[in-house]
Each structure stands twice: as structure tokens, then as C-alpha cells.
Design a protein around this ligand. Structure first.
Ligand code: AMP
Ligand code: MN
Ligand code: MN
Ligand code: MN
Length: 287
């Protein structure tokens, strides 16, 4: 089923494969009316996406997906309706990109020791935007015959206890939510079911997130099963959080995920977009 909203997507500014304008054109063709561009640790794609959104008559919500280290795990916090010009946000993202740069070189060194030379150069060549991510390494390794698929590369090389793994040193939860709020945005815990947290740990994460001013849980995600959508809807209701929905689209190479192709929010969820057109509740900046 189609929704009008798709509040999580990536472009070539991070690890997506469509340029921001191409992404917006595809979203418009898919019937999306409100799209958030949420690249990893950068807002570089927003200006081009805004310009395209005006041409296609679609609302573009300026967003970002911030990498966070929480209790030695990596979690992702999406910011929706951020003002990309805010210095607190930009300084924070800049720091994360500097870590990314070092991490990419370190992944390259580790893979080289493991007998795979040239991975950093290869990943950097595949990354046309400001960030080099693990996805670029994965694409390089697939291109060079080290694995059959991106998913396989992650399992064999890029996750914990594998030769190319480097532990994250990302933002704290408080920093990420703080930067989003300083930029006038709403903070959302991205794809919460992906972290495989126990009920206790998820409750802790949500508690700390809300104490920092976080508002929403991404109940509907391209990476959630139906059961996970139901389970996360129950969490959103129990903790009185707003609910978001986004495909986490990265490009046409993953045909099982399409822009705007998402189930509806389960009954009883309060959508994060409630009040976006009502200034007395909250007005989201769109273009
Ligand atoms: P990074 O932020 O550079 O560490 O990379 C995280 C990104 O890698 C995620 O946003 C996904 O796009 C991708 N990713 C993570 N795990 C997997 C996996 N198991 N299979 C395919 N892609 C993955
Ligand atoms: Mn990604
Ligand atoms: Mn993510
Ligand atoms: Mn994402």
C-alpha cells in the first residue's frame, strides 16, 4: 500500500545510489507527496533535493540520519525538519565525518592486512559525496569478486569480529538529539527493531532518548517485518511517542525496497507529521 509520506531516504550525498534530484523525481513518480532526505551524517544533498522538489510539486523535508554510539552499540537517530544552516548541527556532523574519514582508512588498512589491497581507494571512488561508508566498501568488494552480495560482505568482513570491522566512535545520544533540536527538528529513533535489543534495553534507550527531548519512533520502516511494525507500534503507544514511517531507500539496486511503498501506521499511532501544517502545534520547514 502507498503512503503519502516517506520520511527516511538516502542519496549519493551518503550511501544511496541516486543523486538527490533523481531520488526526488523517483519519489514523485512513486506517488510520494512528502519525502524526507535523511543522509548519514550530512545535509549536503538537501539543496539539490529542495530544488527538484519544487519542480516536481513534492514536499521535501530536510533531514539527516545521525550515527550514535550508545552502550557500545551503533544506533541511528533521524532528524526531521532540521535547518541545515544551524552551526551546532553542522559542527557535530563535521566531527562525525572526520571520524568516518579515519575509519575508512583504517578499514582499508585492516582489509589490506587480510589480503585485500586497494579497498579504501576503491570505496572512495564509489563514494561521490562527502562520506565514505561501509556500503561503499561492500560495493567495492562485490565488484572485485570477494563476495556475491553487499549483504554477504557485511556478514563476512564488516561486522564485529570480522577482519574489516572498526568500532564506531559516533555522537552520544544526547549530542545527536541536541543537534537536531538546536536545528529546530524532531528526533526519531530509526528502525528500532534492527538493533535486536532486549525489551529492557529498548526501554532504556527510549527513556534516555525522551529525556534528551527525542519525540518519535520509526514504527514503519523498510527494514521492519510486519510483526516488528506491530511490536514497535505498541512501544510507541506505551511510551507516548510519535510514530514515523520511512522506507530507508538506498537505490534501485535493492528492488525489495521502493520509495513510498510502506504499510500504513497501525491504529492508535500518532503520526510524527501530526501538526506539521498547524503552526500552533508545530510547523515543519519544507520546500
Ligand atoms: P556505516 O554508517 O558506514 O557504518 O554504514 C551503515 C550502513 O550500511 C547502513 O545504513 C546500511 O545502509 C548498510 N548496512 C548495514 N548493515 C548491512 C547489512 N547487513 N547488509 C547490507 N547493508 C548494510
Ligand atoms: Mn545506509
Ligand atoms: Mn540506519
Ligand atoms: Mn538510513
Amino acid at each position: 500500500m502507498m503512503t503519502r509520506f516517506d520520511l527516511h531516504s538516502h542519496s549519493t550525498a551518503s550511501d544511496g545510489t541516486l543523486a538527490p534530484a533523481e531520488l526526488v523525481a523517483r519519489a514523485a513518480r512513486a506517488g510520494v507527496q512528502v519525502l524526507a532526505l535523511t543522509d548519514h551524517d550530512t545535509t549536503d544533498g538537501i539543496a539539490e533535493a529542495c530544488e527538484a522538489a519544487q519542480r516536481h510539486g513534492l514536499w521535501l523535508v530536510a533531514g539527516v540520519e545521525i550515527s550514535v554510539t550508545w552502550k557500545r552499540r551503533t544506533v541511528h537517530i533521524v532528524g526531521l525538519g532540521v535547518d541545515p544552516e544551524r552551526p551546532e548541527l553542522q559542527a557535530g556532523l563535521q566531527r562525525l565525518r572526520e571520524f568516518r574519514q579515519w575509519r575508512a582508512e583504517e578499514i582499508g588498512r585492516r582489509l589490506a592486512k587480510h589480503g585485500i589491497p586497494g579497498a579504501w581507494e576503491g570505496a572512495r571512488r564509489l563514494a561521490t559525496g562527502a562520506i565514505v561508508g561501509r556500503t561503499h566498501f561492500a560495493r567495492f568488494l562485490v565488484e572485485n569478486g570477494h563476495a556475491g552480495s553487499v549483504r554477504e560482505v557485511f556478514g563476512r568482513f564488516l561486522v564485529k569480529n570480522r577482519p574489516g570491522h572498526v568500532a564506531g566512535r559516533w555522537a552520544s545520544l544526547e549530542e545527536a538529539v541536541g543537534w537536531i533540536r538546536a536545528a529546530g527538528g524532531q528526533a526519531v529513533i530509526a528502525h528500532p527493531a534492527r538493533y535486536r535489543l532486549t525489551a529492557t534495553k529498548l526501554r532504556e534507550l527510549i527513556g534516555e532518548f525522551m529525556a534528551c527531548g527525542g519525540e518519535a519512533l520509526e514504527v514503519v520502516s523498510g527494514s521492519h517485518s510486519r510483526d516488528e511494525v506491530v511490536a514497535m507500534a505498541a512501544k510507541a503507544r506505551a511510551f507516548r511517542m510519535l510514530a514515523s514511517a520511512g522506507s530507508d531507500y538506498h537505490g534501485p539496486e535493492n528492488p525489495w525496497i521502493e520509495l513510498g511503498r510502506l504499510p500504513p501506521l497501525p491504529a492508535g499511532c500518532r503520526p510524527v507529521w501530526e501538526g506539521w501544517e498547524q503552526p500552533e502545534l508545530r510547523e515543519v520547514a519544507v520546500c
